[in-house]
Write a protein that binds this ligand. Structure first.
Ligand SMILES: [Ca+2]
Ligand SMILES: [Cu+2]
Length: 334
């Protein structure tokens, strides 16, 4: 796993692959993965069954933010808020804002809702939220290695989850960003901003949106040197679980997990992390409106789920998590 040189070898692509080197061999046991990102409808089922309150909906605790004025301690989340004009690309606060009352029910803040967006990926999800959902669903998050294995869909060493060309025969294969970043999203690929799940062809394993649309949480801690550690062992890593601790030299105090897949904001003008093998990262309590997740199941979880489903159908037909939304990945080495 990891990323080779990007296809066009430009600065943005080279930068995106820096912490994803060197490529190294990994073995993962077989598992099942959700075909799509968890949708708003699926997350709503979870919330109505459990009354779960996401991190973005909770009031930040004063002790976690010493010195913050009380009026700033309001629930909310980080929303892409594009400027009206071109801006220098060295300051992401030009296009990200903390928006009070933004959360999964109100992805752009108060005034926005989920009407007609049942099949969109749920966003504004913190790591803790993924854990609660996965536990309820009898699933878990993928490790970073599982995620990449699944994303490659049986293709080895290709730059994209669908193959060699960014636009094979001129076709758009993922929801990324066209126009001028970050002020003008032309939506040439069919969508300016986020789209519903599975609007583009699936990869070789039948998985949708393994590049673009929204980033996806994995269970691994982030370190930029983790692949160097694995590669220097000169062995195939078996079911790697990530490093024991997280470290991001850009923001050393923040515990970060790995994100994968890139989003509707990815563009070769700024961040080309729709290239498979590249890595993202995010502080564990921070959700945004371009970050979601999907789950995997081990064989044991799958068998348990299948047994539970038969029972629950006999008892109550209401609480069935769609097992058809899961695809079998063969045990293999890549
Ligand atoms: Ca787009
Ligand atoms: Cu990106």
């Amino acid at each position: 796993m990891g990323a080779n040189d990007p296809p066009d070898m430009d600065d943005v692509g080279m930068k995106a692959t820096r912490d994803a080197r060197p490529t190294h061999r990994v073995y993962v046991d077989g598992f099942f993965m959700d075909k799509t990102d968890v949708t708003n409808a699926q997350f709503a089922n979870f919330v109505s069954a459990t009354q779960y309150v996401t991190v973005a909906e909770r009031k930040p605790r004063a002790e976690d933010f010493p010195g913050a004025p009380p009026e700033n301690l309001v629930p909310g989340s980080v929303v892409f808020s594009p400027p009206q004009h071109p801006v220098p690309l060295n300051d992401h606060f030009q296009w990200w804002s903390y928006v009070p009352e933004a959360n999964w029910r109100h992805p752009l803040g108060p005034g926005s809702d989920l009407k007609g967006k049942e099949d969109y990926p749920v966003v504004h999800i913190a790591y803790e939220d993924t854990q609660a959902y996965a536990k309820w669903a009898g699933k878990r998050l993928p490790t970073e290695a599982e995620w990449e294995f699944a994303a490659r869909g049986g293709l080895a060493g290709k730059p994209f989850v669908w193959g060699e060309q960014f636009r094979p025969d001129g076709k758009w294969m993922a929801n990324t960003y066209q126009g001028h970043f970050p002020d003008h999203d032309t939506g040439d690929d069919g969508y300016a901003g986020i789209s519903a799940v599975s609007q583009y062809p699936p990869n070789g394993y039948g998985l949708y949106d393994m590049a673009g649309n929204v980033w996806q949480w994995t269970s691994d801690w982030y370190r930029p040197d983790y692949y160097q550690q694995l590669a220097s062992a000169h062995l195939t890593a078996h079911n790697p679980q990530g490093p024991d601790t997280s470290f991001d030299p850009d923001e050393p105090g923040q515990p970060k997990k790995v994100h994968r897949g890139g989003s509707f904001l990815c563009t070769d003008q700024y961040c080309s992390r729709y290239i498979v093998g590249t890595r993202g990262k995010g502080e564990v309590s921070t959700g945004t409106n371009h970050l979601g997740f999907r789950c995997v199941m081990t064989r044991e979880q799958w068998q348990q789920k299948t047994a539970t489903k038969i029972l629950s159908e006999r008892n109550t037909p209401t609480r069935v998590h769609d097992p058809a939304a899961t695809s079998l990945l063969e045990q293999s080495v890549h």
